[in-house]
Write a protein that binds this ligand. Structure first.
Ligand SMILES: Cc1ncc(COP(=O)(O)O)c(C=O)c1O
Length: 426
């Protein structure tokens, strides 16, 4: 159904291009995988909602008993609006950040959300606001991993978390301010290789275990997210069973170290949603440059989606499979660079992390044909922007029974101008 070319073409006629289409069955399959990973005693899964904060997706998580990791005041409010329970007994929604910005502190206080703080000075901000509840501390354990450097969130160059050697002093300061440390947390990177993730999580459990005896109020430990998705080969995904065994083993080790039944959490984002969504875009033209003394010529397929829609290739050189709608299994006949409409030369879907063009081998197609940019559900729409005053593209939701719903409409000029004003300030 998801890949039915006639359906995709008819949706393109109805809502225009580009558009995003989510497949409910794929999200549900990935939710089932994570539920299996956390099916052992004392294990709890969250969803790092920043990867895909659509209310429809948050509702799926809520229905499946998946808790939420939110990173802004508005993310917390979006989660509550989608039905997730406020309060910290249990902390169904947790707020993780290194900075309280905008309404974050106010929302944490008002809704009793567990603050997971990544910078020691945040304790004083909480205290100043009169907070004396439980806190979680996000730790930078000194090591980490990532599919690119920007996604490596542990180690001396990472801005995230409280440096491990400062952890006990921060916990002591919390206690003095009347706040109990109930959770330790670390998210040490996104999208690494399986073995690296496995080894680092095991190492992390060891680091946490080393603080047994110093944190009497501890109830939980979070090992963060970072479960990879294979963007290049959908048929080869991470082996779930060894990961499930690892989480069980980590919990056993922590329970033994702390001498009580701790909850062990994980909070993937990408894994749940990456394969569930495609960005559909229309080819507007094909054109070529010729090789000269400056460099090699290329054949460009111009499309109407750009990095305002899906920024990962332009930002990290991330790879997304691209298919020609209706010619998915046709043989490749051309090498093309797929480029968007923005007034920015980096508006390219086929490039590497050194910003070099990497032409893609694709079947023949012509202006007017549709391309499917695959596995765009994580950090896709969530990272889209209004650069060039292009409105965000609509999001569609395909149900398992074939119904398709519009879950967010195309943004209009009025949407873009809504916050503009001329008000005297001084
Ligand atoms: C604190 C935290 N938790 C979880 C995640 C989710 O990571 P991923 O989408 O790779 O699972 C992130 C992503 O950067 C994060 O910063």
């Amino acid at each position: 159904m998801y890949h039915d070319p006639d359906l995709i073409r008819s949706l393109a006629e109805k809502v225009g291009t580009p558009f995003w289409i989510y497949d409910a069955s794929v999200i549900r399959k990935r939710i089932a995988d994570i539920r299996h990973l956390t099916s052992g005693e004392g294990l709890q899964a969250r969803f790092a909602m920043k990867s895909c904060p659509a209310t429809r997706v948050l509702q799926e998580m809520n229905a499946a008993g998946i808790w939420i990791d939110a990173v802004s005041g508005n993310e917390v409010l979006r989660a509550l609006g989608a039905g997730h329970t406020p309060g910290n007994r249990p902390p169904v929604v947790c707020f993780t950040a290194d900075v309280f910005r905008d309404n974050a502190l106010e929302v944490v206080l008002k809704h009793g959300i567990l603050p997971n703080i990544g910078s020691p000075g945040m304790l004083a901000e909480l205290a100043k606001a009169g907070y004396t509840g439980p806190v979680s501390l996000r730790v930078n354990p000194g090591f980490g991993h990532g599919h690119v450097n920007a996604c490596d969130t542990g180690g001396p160059s990472s801005k995230h978390g409280i440096w491990h050697e400062d952890l006990l002093a921060t916990a002591g300061a919390a206690r003095q301010m009347g706040m109990e440390v109930v959770m330790l947390h670390a998210h040490i990177g996104s999208g690494p290789q399986f073995q690296e993730l496995h080894d680092n999580l095991e190492r992390l459990a060891g680091v946490f275990g080393g603080w047994a005896g110093d944190l009497p109020g501890l109830e939980a430990v979070s090992l963060g997210g970072g479960i990879p998705h294979n963007y290049r080969d959908p048929s080869s995904q991470i082996p779930l069973e060894p990961l499930r065994e690892l989480f069980v083993r980590c919990r056993e080790r922590l329970v033994q170290a702390f001498g009580k039944p701790l909850r062990v959490e994980i909070e993937p984002g990408r894994y749940y949603v990456a394969p569930s969504c495609s960005l559909i875009t229309r080819v507007t033209d094909l054109k070529s440059t010729q090789t000269n003394e400056k460099g090699q010529g290329a054949r460009f397929a111009m499309v109407d989606a750009g990095f305002v829609d899906l920024v990962r290739p332009a930002m990290y050189g991330s790879f997304h499979r691209i298919e020609v709608v209706g010619r998915e299994s046709a043989p490749s006949e051309q090498n093309v660079v797929v480029a968007g409409p923005l007034c920015e030369s980096g508006d390219i879907f086929t490039r590497d992390d050194a910003e070099l063009l990497v032409p893609r081998a694709l079947p023949a197609f012509a202006a007017g044909d549709l391309l499917r940019i695959c596995d765009a559900g994580a950090y896709g729409y969530a990272m889209s922007s209004n650069y060039n005053s292009v409105g965000r593209a609509p999001q569609l939701w395909l149900e398992e029974d074939g119904r398709v719903e519009l879950i967010s409409r195309r943004e209009t000029l009025e949407d873009l101008l809504r916050a503009e004003t001329r008000e005297p300030v001084v």
